[in-house]
Design a protein around this ligand. Sequence first.
Ligand SMILES: Cc1ncc(COP(=O)(O)O)c(C=O)c1O
Length: 469
Amino acid sequence: MDLHISLTRPGRLAADVYEQLRAAILDGRLRTGERLPATRELAERLEVSRNTVLDAYARLTAEGFLAGRTGAGTFVTALQPVQRAAAPASPLRPRPHWRALAWRPAERRGIARDFSVGAPDPALFPWDEWRRLVARQQRRRGSGRGGGGYAPPEGDPDLRAAIARHVGLSRSVRAGADDVLITSGAQQAFDLIARVLIEPNACVAVEDPGYPPAQLAFRAHGARVVPVPVDAEGLAVAALPRDAKLVYVTPSHQFPLGTPMSLARRLALLAWAERHRVAIVEDDYDSEFRFDGRPLEPLHSLDRSGRVLYVGTFSKVLLPALRLGFVVAPAPLVPALRAARALADSHGAVAPQLALRELIDDGLFARHLRRLVRTYRERRDALAGALAAHLAGAVEPVPSAAGLHAAAYFSDRRTDALAVCARAAAAGVAVEPLATYYQHRARAGIALGYGLVPARDIADGIRRLARCL
Ligand SMILES: Cc1ncc(COP(=O)(O)O)c(C=O)c1O
């Protein structure tokens, strides 16, 4: 690696080189075993005589910082303790609203039965196919798509077409490739939507309980986020604030309760949005996993006034680490969303987009999804069975026909869910208190993800949890 060396003292050039190399070794920027540039090469780079560099290297070698190996070069020795130079105290501070915007998923250690919400099972990911498809994309050389240059901010056109077909078939979302923008996960879709639609201090209505990262993205862009209660049919449309400019909902599988929004409520929300000229963000994050019954129509398909932005993600069906999601947006918003993506990060990595396009178009994706649905249905049923067997009377499971997690209320409303979850963690079981997701009054309960626990281990996890109540 090229170490930056500034030569500031004419006549003391060898001392400059010596001091800066020594500082880099001491604070760990140059690590033990690292090879230094050849003296001739460094001298050329710094435009100094070779003797200047030889002097500095000789002094560092005499002091034991460097060692030369004949024919191999000069290396940093293993003798020095690493002392990082203290950074100067900085007067810089983030804008005040950033102080309240941190969100970081809990880190889990020593957890044998991990019912964390929202995580899919990496063991079910088609690693071999994916490796093959990405490698094929990366083998392409030269110009053109996948050739290594800048690509369109809205995403690869063939992937957009594949996604439009996929959501058309699986979710009856009517969209063409031009309506689809690829994003870095659903989260970036929320961020871009906020940039494009939210005026400073505009009111954004969200579900309570709801999904914190989406709410925080809206707040980061200056929105006033107002929680609206959720009942058995979904968001309480009658409680929406009159000045809302955008409503964010998870109608297919309410996050975190797991209930679907009823058809009557969907229609009421669309009518309300039309009356109040409001945009709706429909977050359809995990409804590919549908276990019973027919799915209800997405808001996007019921919408007759062009107000719904439909957001999807591959974080559940594939992997969160891929950072692949998308938004189906009304035509007047597409150019601004495309520009917002270009300004944020130009575009997403190209090879994974092309690999995903092939995965979808070759039918592998559909096959993978069918397998996931079978596996997660088994786990969902195992969880329901275990709750009935080991926690009957103590919890009331919330019915859930889709997704990767379910919720359960404690029958005794005075139960301290936080304390139960802490005891469970100590017993090797991760479950999440519903209170984490509420802004107002929470009913005591827990959310249980089944993405990470094989069906055979679920009963053991719930037995351990039962002992913590
Ligand atoms: C409600 C909800 N929306 C969206 C997502 C997906 O986020 P991303 O695509 O950014 O990984 C999640 C993931 O947990 C989620 O729970």
